[in-house]
Design a protein around this ligand. Structure first.
Ligand code: ADP
Ligand code: MG
Length: 254
């Protein structure tokens, strides 16, 4: 993975909570159409960093660009429309909605709610029809089509993870940020999740994901970035990064 075509470039990002520095990233580039893993001990700042990049949280300092465009102080909806989405764990409220309803919500913020479209019923209906077609295609691809009218809360842990991923794809993102996509998933479905992640890259979607299982990271990542105490302490190809002594210390010391 030669560092030649970054989709995200971040500089000097600081997020503190009271006296605690959660994120202190001096410089990071995420390469387009690659799978990048963000690893590090619990509390390293990985989820906070995802929140900052996607507009769900604001840093005290820092700047970053997506496709060369500054996205600071943009709302999460605006960031999603620009092509950057992160997955969220299924909340209680979403569990009480059906699978297909969850998918339709994934399309929100995509322009479907534009004022003009909402005022013109034929346009609105055409848009709705397209959203349904896309939702059904994705549910088929993620083998959830038979569950489309089930409540999301009735899905197994692994199926929820598939739904989280499928929902994120409703807005045609250029980059998908997956926060622990394999957490709580039984081994039978991990394989399928790994294949879906690799398939995203094959379809020219950039993937940035947080994962604890180094075996999974090694199997699918082109590049690994290691965070500890808010800072990036190492990065490189998966074969070499875990041999880094600073990385080993961060894990063993955790
Ligand atoms: P990771 O995802 O790597 O496990 P997090 O980004 O969740 O780490 O957390 C980084 C640090 O920031 C932790 O010490 C955590 O307790 C703290 N933190 C995260 N969010 C908040 C918050 N909203 N308020 C206070 N502290 C927070
Ligand atoms: Mg986290």
């Amino acid at each position: 993975a030669a560092k030649v075509d970054p989709i995200i470039v971040a500089h000097g990002i600081h997020r503190t909570f009271g006296g605690l520095t959660a994120v202190d990233v001096e410089h990071l580039e995420v390469q387009r159409n690659a799978i990048t893993a963000l690893i590090g001990p619990n509390g390293a700042g990985k989820s906070t960093f995802f929140n900052l990049l996607t507009g769900f949280d604001k840093p005290q300092k820092g700047e970053w660009s997506f496709n060369g465009e500054s996205l600071q102080s943009h709302s999460p909806a605006k960031v999603a429309r620009a092509g950057m989405v992160r997955t969220f764990q299924l909340t209680k409220a979403l569990s009480r909605m059906t699978v297909i309803e969850n998918m339709r919500l994934g399309a929100a913020g995509q322009g479907g709610e534009a004022f003009f479209t909402a005022l013109v019923p034929p346009l609105w209906r055409a848009k709705e029809a397209l959203i349904t077609i896309k939702a059904e295609e994705l549910l088929t691809r993620f083998q959830l089509i038979d569950k489309q009218n089930d409540f999301a809360g009735e899905l197994s842990g692994g199926q929820r993870k598939l739904l989280e991923m499928a929902r994120a794809l409703m807005s045609d993102p250029e980059i998908v940020m997956l926060d622990e996509p394999m957490a709580g998933v039984n081994p039978a479905l991990t394989e399928s999740l790994l294949e879906h992640i690799v398939e995203l890259r094959n379809q020219d979607v950039t993937v940035l994901f947080v994962e604890h299982d180094m075996h999974m990271v090694r199997r699918i990542s082109d590049w690994v970035v290691v965070m500890a105490e808010g800072k990036i302490i190492a990065e490189g190809p998966p074969e070499t990064v875990m041999q880094n002594t600073a990385v080993q210390d961060a894990y063993l010391g955790a």
